[in-house]
Design a protein around this ligand. Structure first.
Ligand SMILES: *Cc1c(COP(=O)(O)O)cnc(C)c1O
Length: 332
């Protein structure tokens, strides 16, 4: 199977499974799991933050961050399409009584800081008070410009807003810019990093930030049911991912460019590619396109005429060439 539906579909490699099997473990709710502690310290260090907490998912990581930054009746500002607003079942509103203020994003994936400024409400009893700006990087495969990130940091300081980075794919952004994770995370108060996407771990995200904010987040994690016991087995996969699977994301990015060429060769209109995602429109897709692709062992999510394809470590350059052959066959 050539599975292009997401980078969440990666399976742990034999080497990763070996370190999981061999992991030293303890009860992490008591702070006794040395492997979890090592993953948290390693992630904090790589992101240039004081502390970190290992959580089961990116959704829980974002929610712990929102809850740590905002009180009941506060507001957080995020893009209309932000994962933490649109794709997390309204958790911040339901479980935190935190009101979202969504903002229409710009074509380059940034949030216009002028639009954010205009959305911040005056200090008046009529209004919820904005406490947090949340930025996603990468977003739809776009790595935000480094100058923009610096401006956002300055903006948040000037407006006394906390600043959260939903960096589910921050490693893709770092590799795109040829910079470190710490560079991409610089100035953010909290950063959520997914281990279970392009980094290839089966489970887990890590939330990093100041000792104080991560202490708060750790309490929320417990309340949300995310306190785990011998989770060193999972953390070992995360350590392996950070040590072995960050630089190789460059291969996924190169494969994405090649897939774009293959799709264009098959008549599709392909949007600009920066990291591991390819967005394409098929002008005349055959009926049951998705099922026909699947018959040829190519899994692609087709939405009307368009598709988002995501490259990852379980897709090889040879398989991308096969996608081209399959597209030619289906068309013909
Ligand atoms: C996948 C994703 C998440 C959530 O991660 P899960 O582990 O699926 O809960 C959050 N933010 C972004 C940008 C993501 O892509």
């Amino acid at each position: 199977m050539i599975d292009l539906r997401s980078d969440t579909v990666t399976r742990p490699s034999d080497a990763m499974r070996k370190v999981m099997a061999d992991a030293e473990v303890g009860d992490d709710v008591w702070g006794d799991d040395p492997t979890v502690t090592r993953l948290e310290a390693m992630t904090a260090e790589r992101l240039g933050k004081e502390a970190a907490v290992f959580v089961p998912s990116g959704t829980q990581s974002n929610l712990c961050a929102l809850l740590a930054h905002c009180q009941r009746g506060d507001e957080y500002i995020a893009a209309q399409t932000a994962h933490c607003y649109r794709y997390e079942a309204g958790g911040a509103a339901v479980l935190g009584s935190i009101q979202p203020q969504p903002i229409q994003g710009e074509p380059d994936g940034t949030l216009s800081l002028a639009k954010v400024a205009a959305a911040i409400k005056p200090n008046d009893p009529h209004f919820a008070q904005a406490k947090l700006l949340s930025i996603e990087n990468t977003t739809d495969g776009k790595a935000l410009p480094m100058e923009y990130l610096a401006e956002a940091v300055q903006f948040a300081t000037e407006h006394s807003l906390g600043l959260h980075l939903d960096g589910a794919r921050a490693a893709n952004a770092a590799v795109f810019h040829g910079l470190s994770l710490a560079d991409v995370a610089a100035g953010f108060d909290t950063v959520s990093l997914c281990l279970s996407k392009g980094l290839g771990a089966p489970v887990g995200s890590v939330l990093s930030g100041s000792t104080e904010l991560i202490g708060e987040a750790r309490r929320w994690r417990k309340m949300l049911g995310g306190g785990l016991r011998q989770s060193g087995i999972l953390a070992a996969a995360g350590i392996y991912a950070l040590e072995n699977n960050v630089d190789r994301l460059a291969e996924d990015h190169a494969n994405a460019v090649r897939l774009g060429e293959v799709l264009a060769g098959a008549g599709a209109e392909v949007k600009a590619i920066q990291t591991n995602m390819v967005f394409a429109e098929f002008p005349n897709p055959p009926t049951d396109f998705e099922a026909k692709l699947a018959e040829h062992d190519v899994l692609m999510a087709i939405n009307g005429n368009s598709s988002r394809m995501v490259l990852h470590m379980d897709v090889s350059p040879e398989q991308i060439e096969r996608v081209g052959e399959v597209l030619a066959k289906i068309d013909g």
